[in-house]
Design a protein around this ligand. Structure first.
Ligand SMILES: [Zn+2]
Length: 218
C-alpha cells in the first residue's frame, strides 16, 4: 500500500513537472512564431507601401493653428509641388519655426508639408492627410516641399537635391503618380518659385530626368 502510494505520488510529481515543461516550451515557441509572423507582416506591408524607398524624415508637426496648419483633411493628391524658401542661408529648422510662429503672429498664411535643409535634412511639418498653405489654388489636392538654399541664384546644394529626389520619388510611388506630376510652384500661378528652376528651364528638365532615372532603379 505504502509502496503503491509513493509510486503514485512520484508519478503525479513527474507528470506535473513534465506538464509545466511542455507549457513553457509551447509558450516560448508560440511567442517566437508570433514574432516571426509579425515581422513577416511588417516586411510585406513595407514592400506594398514601398516604404523601403522612404527617406529619413524628421517628423516635427506644427501646432494646429489657422495660419499654417488648419488641421483640414487633404482629400486627394494629384501633384507634388517644389518650392524654395526665398530666404537664403536659413535652415530647415528655422523655416519650420517660421511656419510655427505664424500661428502666434498671424502675419500671413503659409506652410508646406516638408522642408528640406541645405544639409539634406527632411523635416515634415504637416501630416500627409492634412492640407498646408503652399499653393493658393491647389492646397486641397497637392503636397508641397520647401527647399532651403545658400546661393544667391537659388540653386540647391547637392544634399538638398538628393533629398528632394528621394522624397519626391517616395511620394510619387505612394500616390501612384509619375515624374510628370511633380510641378514647380511657378507652374501654378506663375510665382518665381523655386527661383533657380524657373530661371533655368534645362535644370528643371534635368531634375525630372534624374528623378525618373532614380525611380526606375528603385
Ligand atoms: Zn513656392
Amino acid at each position: 500500500m505504502m509502496f503503491g502510494g509513493v509510486v503514485l505520488l512520484a508519478g503525479i510529481l513527474l507528470g506535473v513537472i513534465f506538464w509545466r515543461l511542455l507549457v513553457t516550451v509551447t509558450q516560448r515557441g508560440g511567442a517566437e512564431s508570433s514574432t516571426a509572423i509579425r515581422q513577416l507582416t511588417e516586411a510585406v506591408t513595407a514592400l506594398e507601401e514601398n516604404d523601403a524607398a522612404k527617406p529619413a524624415i524628421v517628423e516635427d508637426f506644427l501646432t494646429v493653428n489657422p495660419y499654417s496648419r488648419p488641421g483640414e483633411a487633404l482629400p486627394e493628391v494629384r501633384n507634388i509641388f517644389v518650392h524654395y524658401t526665398a530666404n537664403p542661408g536659413t535652415t530647415a529648422e528655422q523655416n519650420r519655426s517660421y511656419f510655427e510662429n505664424l500661428g502666434i503672429t498671424g502675419e500671413t498664411s503659409a506652410s508646406a508639408h516638408f522642408v528640406i535643409g541645405f544639409d539634406g535634412t527632411i523635416i515634415q511639418c504637416i501630416p500627409l492627410d492634412e492640407i498646408g498653405y503652399a499653393v493658393k489654388t491647389r492646397n486641397y489636392d497637392s503636397i508641397s516641399i520647401e527647399c532651403c538654399y545658400q546661393s544667391a541664384d537659388g540653386s540647391f546644394t547637392e544634399a538638398t537635391y538628393d533629398s528632394l529626389i528621394r522624397l519626391t520619388a517616395w511620394l510619387l510611388q505612394k500616390y501612384d503618380l509619375s515624374s510628370e506630376d511633380v510641378l514647380r510652384h511657378y507652374d501654378e500661378g506663375g510665382k518665381k518659385c523655386p527661383l533657380y528652376f524657373v530661371e533655368n528651364e534645362s535644370a528643371w528638365e534635368q531634375f525630372r530626368q534624374d528623378l525618373a532615372e532614380y525611380i526606375s532603379e528603385l
